[in-house]
Design a protein around this ligand. Structure first.
Ligand code: MG
Ligand code: MG
Length: 313
């Protein structure tokens, strides 16, 4: 008889289980990868109507992070921000995607400093010098939006500011490769090359993903890889591209709460995420950081090349 121990429980699609088999003659240990979604391993392209519905969900998440940007500061707790986000999402006719997803207890994943992703909101006030990844999902009209930004609290060390800047830049290097004729690892390769050139660690265990009626669809979108490898991109597919980049080692560890993931060396990590559709063979942004930038007084044209129609806030 096999007994099973789940040792990796994350928002990602893969889980690893160790199975033990024993009888009087031998003990056998098997490591099994459990697929939790999309057993047919298929990319599900969307038509134009579906993509517009997905844009609506992505913009609700973008607006939610814009609201967070205006509230996040020294002394505020992540639990307070989580409650504000849940109210905001529901006020916009949507449901928080993460709340209850694989039993996650909150609406936002809030991961400060050495936490990479999947941090659980709590009552610890934010401090000047913190950096924090805020990851948010919203479900409306049958489709998910999924979007993340790493915020600086007060005065942040220059090397950490640079980590955030380079990680966000790497997101756009990745998005540029999401085009007709390219394959999944072309995106990861662009992100990996740019960030490793800065001496940073690219997390391997956690990846971006297809997005649609389910939060995690095919294909997995790793932030590393070799050029020309992986599934071919198809018109109408929608993906969440989300580099998770560490200041030091790429290695991570999972905490006993079953969720929180931190860097193995305790150094900070950064995380940015956009939802992108492949339209007419080119990447089209569905999410936007412009609500965040408006709240923070930042002027940026970084998204313009990925939008056919200018965004009206
Ligand atoms: Mg996300
Ligand atoms: Mg995601």
């Amino acid at each position: 008889m096999f007994t099973e121990t789940l040792i990796f429980n994350s928002i990602q699609k893969w889980r690893i289980a160790i199975k033990f088999k024993s009888n009087t003659k031998k003990v056998e240990i098997k490591i099994v990868l459990l697929r939790t979604e999309n057993p047919k391993n298929m990319i599900i392209p969307k038509n134009r109507e579906e993509i517009e519905l997905m844009r609506e969900s992505a913009l609700i998440v973008s607006k939610t992070l814009g609201m967070i940007a205006s509230e996040i500061k020294e002394g505020v707790t992540t639990l307070y921000l989580d409650k504000r986000a849940e109210e905001f999402i529901r006020d916009h006719g949507a449901v928080p995607s993460f709340l209850g997803l694989y039993d996650f207890p909150n609406s936002l994943c809030m991961s400060p400093n050495s936490q990479v992703v999947h941090g659980i909101p709590n009552n610890t006030p934010l401090q000047s010098g913190d950096v924090i990844s805020v990851d948010c999902g919203a479900f409306k009209n049958g489709y998910h939006g999924d979007h993340a930004y790493s915020f600086e609290i007060g005065e942040v060390a220059p090397e950490v500011r640079k980590l955030l800047k380079v990680t966000k830049e790497s997101l756009y290097f990745g998005i540029r490769e999401f085009k007709a004729g390219n394959r999944v690892e072309d995106v990861g390769n662009a992100i990996q090359r740019y960030t490793e050139n800065h001496g940073y660690g690219v997390v391997r265990e956690l990846v971006g993903h297809g997005l649609g009626k389910k939060m995690h669809e095919e294909p997995e979108m790793p932030n590393y890889g070799k050029r020309g490898r992986g599934k071919l991109f198809v018109e109408g597919m929608v993906v969440a591209i989300e580099p998770m980049i560490n200041l030091g080692t790429r290695n991570i560890k999972q905490h006993k709460d079953g969720w929180t993931i931190t860097t193995a060396d305790g150094k900070p990590s950064a995380h940015f995420e956009h939802d992108v559709a492949l339209i007419d063979g080119k990447p089209e942004l569905l999410s936007t950081f412009q609500y965040i930038y408006k709240a923070l007084g930042i002027v940026s044209n970084e998204e313009d090349e990925f939008r056919k129609v200018p965004l009206v806030l």
